[in-house]
Ligand binder design. Structure first.
Ligand code: DAH
Length: 339
């Protein structure tokens, strides 16, 4: 046997190894070529009788033969151990089900804000925006809130070192819009608010409101009641009832608080509505003429209504969520229910 013949025999052995379909095949090839009575030991033995010129080349090829065949058989064996079928030329089994990334879903707060926005847009409102960090002027002064009003207290409001604050209400956007836009206007403003509340099942230091403001000639309290009631029916379904209770806010006169009948118990009384059958949504009223004066509107010619609404509260009654903290825990088992 010369070096060329060894190379040819190696090619044959490697081809057999490639075509092996079972562990038994692999073992048979090993025995045939590498085993004690196999072809390679025979070649090694024949070297001593070989032509001295050929001998070193034959020895080199014989060693390559052993190395390449050993590693081919080894990788074939590990292939069959790992469960890949030895017969499959590629390692990919296209019949196995794929691995899909799990799909996310919108957060319930975002869903409710989008729903509220869509309804008010259909009623002719546009969406206005304002920053979370705002001035004392926009959050309190321009809204006719007296300097000693308890809501200004540092116990209730997060102040920054420069005198600005984290807005406690989206009513700041009313001021921003009126100071920059002449009447008539009809806007809503969804956004985050901050108060120094200790969190419990119904309170959070960080929550969302949607503010509304409609200013024109001859806007009346009847418009406010009609629009809020229409909105409630669109959002919660025609069965919902709305009630308005007299209240006080520095920036509206008269002021009301408004409630929706409890969506969960349909008004008969349950834990979420604390057995009252009603859920407080937020406040509203006719814009106080002082606020118009503060922003440079003609308080004789124009009237307007304003309202706020608590987004978390609406999400809780709409979806029957018993604890506001679920909305911020970001537990995917909770969140995936809204997909
Ligand atoms: N800003 C009030 C709050 O956070 C809610 C509110 C009451 C908004 C009356 C208004 C309004 O626009 O007219 O409690």
């Amino acid at each position: 046997m010369n070096a060329a013949e060894i190379i040819a025999l190696k090619a044959q052995a490697l081809a057999e190894a490639r075509d092996a379909t079972s562990p038994q095949d692999i073992e048979a090839i090993r025995v045939r070529y590498l085993g004690r009575k196999g072809a390679l030991p025979a070649i090694m033995k024949s070297l001593k009788d070989a032509d001295p010129v050929e001998r070193s080349e034959m020895g080199k090829q014989a060693n390559l033969f052993r190395q390449e065949l050993s590693s081919a058989l080894e990788s074939k064996a590990s292939e069959s151990e790992s469960g890949d079928t030895v017969r499959t030329p590629s390692r990919m089994d296209t019949s196995l089900p794929g691995q899909w990334p799990s799909r996310g879903s919108r957060h319930p707060i975002s869903i409710v804000i989008d729903d509220i926005t869509a309804i008010f847009r259909s009623m002719g409102f546009t969406v206005a925006d304002g920053p979370d960090i705002d001035s004392e002027h926009n959050n309190f002064d321009a809204l006719n809130t007296p300097g000693d009003h308890p809501s200004r207290d540092a116990h209730d409001t997060f102040y920054l070192d420069n005198g600005d604050l984290l807005r406690t209400q989206t009513s700041t956007v009313q001021v921003r819009v009126m100071e920059s836009t002449p009447p008539p206007i009809r806007i809503i403003a969804p956004g985050r608010c901050y108060r120094r509340d200790t969190s419990d099942a119904t309170h959070s230091a960080n929550f969302h409101q949607v503010e509304g403001l409609y200013v024109d000639r001859k806007v009346s309290l009847a418009d406010l009641k009609g629009d809020i009631t229409y909105f409630a029916h669109r959002l919660m379904g025609p069965g919902v009832q709305v009630r308005f209770r007299p209240h006080f806010f520095p920036f509206t006169e008269p002021s009301v608080e408004y409630d929706f009948s409890c969506h969960i118990c349909k008004g008969s009384g349950c834990r979420v509505c604390k057995n009252s059958g009603w859920i407080e949504i937020s406040g509203a009223g006719m814009v106080d003429p002082r606020v118009f004066e503060n922003v440079g509107y003609d308080a004789e010619a124009f009237t307007g209504y304003a309202f706020g609404m608590g987004v978390e509260r609406i999400a809780m009654i709409k979806y029957g969520i018993q604890d506001i903290r679920h909305l911020y825990d970001n537990d995917v088992r909770f969140l995936s229910q809204f997909s």
